[in-house]
Design a protein around this ligand. Structure first.
Ligand code: C2E
Ligand code: CA
Ligand code: CA
Length: 713
C-alpha cells in the first residue's frame, strides 16, 4: 500500500490535457480507495479533521461520525491493548520527522475486531501546526495468513527443535543450511550454530570413509532420496559413531534444487551389537583372533586379490611344539595364557594387510598378502620362529616353546583355499618331522610324506594289535668294555613299509595317544628279556627303557610301571628309566613328585640327551637323577672340535661332582672313546661298541663273557 496520493502526482498525468479540477480528482481517488485516508491532530484522541469515505467500510462509522470525534474518537476505536503501542510508534516517528507504519487492532461499530495497517507522516498544516496525515486499511486477511504461517512455523520449529532425531538441511555440495539441537548433540556440538560453523565440508570432515558422501550424493541425484543410509562418522571430538540417514531433495516450484533435507539417527549401539555378534561368530574367544570361518574368507579374498594382481599369497600353518605338554603339566589356564601370548606375538610380526587366525588348539594360520619374493617370506618366518621362541613367564615359571611352520603358496601349490590350507598343514608336519622349531615349504614330495604319515598311524594300530613291535637292545659298557647294561629301543619292521625308525613312529604315537599301548608293549618285552638275562648273572645287568615325557607326566604312570615289573618279576633296581628334559619344562613340582615316586619304587633315573635342550645344569642338582646321558651331538666331533670337547668335559666333571653316573651315547670311534674315558666318563654306548641288537644276539654276547672288544655288526 502507498501513502495517500499527493496532489503533484495527479498533476503530472493530467495537467497537459485539460484544466484540472484538482479537488474533484483527489476526492475521487481518496474516496474510492479501500481504506481510510485521514488527517488528524496529534492529540490525545487523534481528533480527526478529514476522513475519507472508506471509513465506513473499514470501521462502520461514517466520516461525519468520526470528524471532530463527533460520535467516537480514533483513540477509542483503537483496541485498548494496542493504544500505547500506536502512540509510542507515532510519537517516535514524529519526533524524528519520519514516516511510520504500524499494525494494530481496532473495534468496529459492529463490535468486530479488525487488524489494520496505518501508514502516515506528520506534516505542518496551513497554519504551520503539525498534523498527521495518513491511510489506514484493513489487513486482517494478510494478518491471518501471517499468523497461520507463524503458527505453522512455530509448530514445525518445535518439531525441529525437540525432535530426538537429528534433522538437517544442506546444500548439495556439503554445507549445512540448518541443523537441529539433536543433530548438534549427536555430532558432539553444544549448539546447531557451532555445528554449522564448524562442519563446513561434510564430505571431508564428517564421513570416516570419504567416499560415503559421494555415494550419498549419487543416490540423491539418481533417486531423489536415500533410505537408511548407514555410515560411520567423526564426531566433533574425533570419536566415531554410526548413523543412519533418511534424506530427500527439496525443490522449488520450478523444480530447481533448493537443498537436501533429512534425518539422522545414531545407530552405534545396534552397529556395535551387530559387530559383536559378528565378532563372536568369526573370532576365537580366547585370543580374539579370526577363527576358522573368517580365515576361510580371508584366504579366498587373498587368493582373488593375488590372482588379480599377479602376486603370491602365502599361507603358513603353525603348530606349537610341546603345547600339549604345557597344557597337561601346567594346567589349562597356563595353556590358555600361553596361547594368548603367542597370538599377540604373531599379530605383532605381521602387517595390517596380513591375517593371523587361530584354527583351534595350538594351531595358528598366517595369511600373507603380497609377499612376492620367497626371501621376504623366509625372513618373516624366521622372525615368527624367533618371536614364538622368546621366553614366556607362566605361573611364575619361565619357559620356551618352539613351533613347526608349514608353508604353501598360491598359485604354485594350490589354487583354492581348502587345498592351500591342507598343503600348508602337510608342510607343517614335514617341519615337525625335521625336528620341530623350523619351517618347511610344501612340495609334491611333502604331500606324499603326509599321506604316508596317515598310513603310518593306521599301520601302527594294526601292528600294536598284532604285537608286531619289537625291541632291540643296545649295549652300554664300562671303561673296560664290559657290558653293564642295555638300552631297549623300539623297532618296527613292516611288511610293506620296511623298517620304520622310532624317530618316525614315536612322535606319531605321542600325538595319537598310541604311546601308552606302545610303551606297555615295549616295557613288557624289555622287562621279560632283562629277567631272562639276569637269571644267570651275579652282577646285575641293567635294562634302560625310554619313557616319553608325555607319558612320564600322565596319571598313574608309576603304578603302571610297578605293575609291569611285578608281572615280569623283575627287580626295580635292574631298571633305568630314560627321560628327556622336556619333563621339567612345565610343572617341575609335579615332575619331581613323580621322580621321587619312581625312586621310592626303586628304579634308576637317567636324564637322556643331556646337553641339547633348554636344560640348565641346575636340574641335575634339584632332581633325584642317578644317571646323565651325554647327548650324541656332544660326542660327535669331540675329538677335533675344541668347543664340543669343552662342553663335554664340563658336563662330565659336573656329573662326577654330583655323584651321577655319566654315560656317553653315540660313541662311534676309538678317539671319542679314549677322550671320554680319559675325562672320567663311566659308561659308553655307540656304534663303536655295538648297534642295537635283537635279544638273542645280546644273550650270545653275554654268554660269551659280556666284553665287547671289537665292533659288532
Ligand atoms: P635315544 O634314546 O637317544 O636313543 C639313541 C639313538 O641313537 C637310537 O636310535 C640308537 O640306535 C642311535 N645310536 C646309538 N649309537 C649310535 C651311534 O654311535 N651313532 C649314531 N649316529 N646313532 C647311534 P633309535 O633307535 O633310532 O632311536 C631314536 C630315538 O627314538 C631314541 O633316541 C629315543 O628317543 C626314541 N626311542 C626309541 N625307542 C623308544 C621307546 O621304546 N620309547 C620311547 N619313548 N622312545 C624311544
Ligand atoms: Ca635313550
Ligand atoms: Ca639321545
Amino acid at each position: 500500500m502507498q501513502m495517500p496520493p499527493e496532489p503533484k502526482i495527479a498533476r503530472t498525468s493530467l495537467l497537459t490535457t485539460e484544466v484540472l479540477d484538482r479537488s474533484r480528482v483527489l476526492d475521487t481517488l481518496v474516496h474510492n480507495l479501500e481504506g481510510m485516508a485521514y488527517r488528524c491532530l496529534n492529540d490525545n484522541s487523534w481528533k480527526m479533521i478529514f476522513v475519507s469515505q472508506g471509513s465506513t467500510g473499514l470501521t462502520g462509522y461514517t466520516p461525519t461520525e468520526l470528524i471532530d470525534g463527533t460520535r467516537i474518537s480514533w483513540e477509542e476505536i483503537t483496541y485498548p491493548e494496542d493504544r500505547s503501542k500506536v502512540r509510542s510508534c507515532i510519537d517516535s516517528a514524529v519526533s524524528r520527522a519520519q514516516r511510520f507504519a504500524i499494525e494494530y487492532r481496532i473495534t468496529t461499530l459492529a463490535g468486530q475486531i479488525k487488524w489494520v495497517v496505518e501508514r502516515g507522516v506528520a506534516v505542518p498544516n496551513e497554519q504551520g501546526e503539525l498534523v498527521i496525515e495518513g491511510f489506514i486499511e484493513d489487513c486482517s486477511a494478510q494478518r491471518a495468513v501471517v499468523e497461520a504461517l507463524e503458527q505453522a512455523e512455530l509448530r514445525y520449529r518445535s518439531i525441529f527443535e525437540h525432535a530426538s532425531e537429528g534433522i538437517f538441511q544442506t546444500t548439495s555440495d556439503g554445507h549445512y543450511l540448518a541443523a537441529n539441537p539433536a543433530l548438534a548433540e549427536l555430532y558432539g556440538y553444544a549448539t546447531p550454530q557451532e555445528l554449522i560453523a564448524d562442519l563446513s565440508d561434510i564430505g571431508r570432515r564428517l564421513y570416516v570413509d570419504g567416499d560415503r558422501r559421494d555415494e550419498f550424493r549419487h543416490l540423491m541425484e539418481t533417486h531423489g532420496e536415500v533410505l537408511n543410509f548407514e555410515s560411520e562418522i567423526y564426531c566433533q571430538d574425533g570419536s566415531r559413531i554410526w548413523i543412519s540417514e533418511n534424506a530427500h531433495i527439496v525443490r522449488d516450484s520450478q523444480g530447481e534444487l533448493i537443498c537436501y533435507e533429512g534425518t539422522v539417527q545414531d545407530i552405534s549401539d545396534r552397529k556395535h551389537y551387530q559387530e559383536q555378534l559378528e565378532r563372536q561368530a568369526n573370532h576365537d574367544l580366547l585370543t580374539g583372533l579370526p577363527n576358522r570361518i573368517l580365515l576361510g574368507d580371508r584366504i579366498e579374498q587373498g587368493i582373488a586379490r593375488a590372482a588379480r594382481l599377479g602376486y603370491y599369497l602365502t599361507l603358513v600353518f603353525i603348530d606349537l611344539d610341546n603345547f600339549k605338554f604345557v597344557n597337561d603339566s601346567l594346567g589349562h589356564a597356563a595353556g590358555d595364557e600361553l596361547l594368548k601370548v603367542i597370538a599377540e606375538r604373531l599379530s605383532h610380526c605381521l602387517r595390517s594387510s596380513d591375517t593371523v587366525a587361530r584354527l583351534g588348539g595350538d594351531e595358528f594360520v598366517l595369511v600373507l598378502n603380497d609377499h612376492y619374493q620367497s626371501s621376504t617370506v623366509i625372513s618373516l618366518l624366521e622372525r615368527v620362529l624367533q618371536e614364538i621362541g622368546l621366553p614366556i613367564l607362566l605361573s611364575g615359571r619361565e619357559l620356551q616353546v618352539g613351533a613347526s611352520l608349514g608353508v604353501a603358496l598360491f598359485p604354485g601349490d594350490a589354487s583354492d583355499a581348502q587345498s592351500l590350507l591342507k598343503h600348508a598343514d602337510v608342510a607343517m608336519y614335514a617341519a615337525k618331522d625335521r625336528g620341530r622349531n623350523n619351517f618347511q615349504f610344501f612340495t609334491g614330495e611333502l604331500n606324499r610324506v603326509a599321506d604316508e604319515r596317515l598310513n603310518l598311524e593306521a599301520a601302527m594300530r594294526i601292528a600294536l594289535e598284532r604285537n608286531e613291535f619289537e625291541v632291540y637292545y643296545q649295549p652300554k659298557v664300562d671303561h673296560r668294555r664290559r657290558i653293564v647294561g642295555v638300552e631297549a629301543l623300539a623297532r618296527w619292521f613292516h611288511a610293506e613299509l620296511g623298517a620304520v625308525g622310532p624317530d618316525r613312529f614315536i612322535p606319531i604315537a605321542e600325538e595319537t595317544g598310541l604311546i601308552m599301548p606302545l610303551t606297555t608293549a615295549i616295557l613288557r618285552k624289555a622287562f621279560a628279556a632283562a629277567r631272562e638275562w639276569n637269571r644267570k648273572r651275579d652282577v646285575p645287568l641293567r635294562i634302560a627303557v625310554n619313557l616319553s615325557a608325555l607319558l612320564f607326566l600322565s596319571d598313574d604312570i608309576v603304578a603302571h610301571v610297578a605293575e609291569l615289573l611285578r608281572e615280569a618279576d623283575l627287580s626295580p633296581s635292574h631298571v633305568e628309566l630314560e627321560i628327556t628334559e622336556t619333563v621339567f619344562l612345565g610343572d617341575s613340582e609335579r615332575a619331581v613328585a613323580i621322580l621321587t615316586e619312581f625312586k621310592q619304587l626303586g628304579v634308576n633315573l637317567a636324564m637322556d640327551d643331556f646337553g641339547t635342550g633348554y636344560s640348565s645344569l641346575s636340574y641335575l642338582r634339584r632332581f633325584p637323577l642317578d644317571i646323565i646321558k651325554i647327548d650324541r651331538s656332544l660326542v660327535t666331533g669331540i675329538e677335533h672340535e675344541e668347543e664340543v670337547a669343552m662342553i663335554a668335559r664340563a658336563v662330565i666333571s659336573l656329573g662326577q661332582s654330583l655323584r651321577k653316573t655319566v654315560v656317553a651315547e653315540g660313541v662311534e670311534n676309538q678317539a671319542q672313546f679314549d677322550f671320554l674315558r680319559f675325562q672320567g666318563c663311566h659308561e659308553f654306548q655307540g656304534y663303536l661298541l655295538s648297534p642295537a641288537l635283537p635279544q638273542i644276539a645280546i644273550t650270545r654276547l653275554l654268554d660269551a663273557g659280556g666284553v665287547i672288544l671289537s665292533p659288532q655288526s
